[in-house]
Design a binder for this molecule. Sequence first.
Ligand SMILES: NC(=O)c1ccc[n+]([C@@H]2O[C@H](COP(=O)([O-])OP(=O)(O)OC[C@H]3O[C@@H](n4cnc5c(N)ncnc54)[C@H](O)[C@@H]3O)[C@@H](O)[C@H]2O)c1
Length: 134
Amino acid sequence: MHVVITGGAAFIGSHFVGRLLQRGHSVSAIDSFDAFYDRAIKRRNLSRYLDNERFRLVEVDLLDLDAAEERVGLGADVMVHLAARPGIPGSILDPVLSTRVNVWQPSERVRDRQPRRRSAGVPATCSAMLPRSP
Ligand SMILES: NC(=O)c1ccc[n+]([C@@H]2O[C@H](COP(=O)([O-])OP(=O)(O)OC[C@H]3O[C@@H](n4cnc5c(N)ncnc54)[C@H](O)[C@@H]3O)[C@@H](O)[C@H]2O)c1
């Protein structure tokens, strides 16, 4: 199976990459290497997989969906969306941007591209999506 993992260079995404490769799958990790955590830490998360011929790291911003799609292609069997703008302060300052990255952007493209394909949805959330306290 070919699995695309967004946010694949981060803590959870990179562990997921490792586990899928171990099980014999092909994995494309998409990540924009945003500045929230040190870029070097994220490179290190993936360093042991970079030589694996079943692994591909694609550095691209999901907000540019056309570029992301062009770089990754449409051949994925499963997409796991873990890319995120973490942190509550950021989501209060710019809720639209947080929602686009955390929830909306990839879902929209999957919906557009695979209208008739049956797919399983896995609901997930992140701290930035929690409501503000009253
Ligand atoms: N780590 C935890 O303990 C924890 C706990 C609960 C929920 N979560 C949620 O699980 C998910 C993954 O967590 P994590 O800690 O591995 O991730 P993280 O929050 O550390 O990093 C997310 C990754 O997404 C990438 N990213 C951000 N915007 C992007 C964009 N526009 N295009 C492409 N990539 C982009 C970042 O560069 C980063 O590598 C997040 O939604 C997080 O909120 C994490």
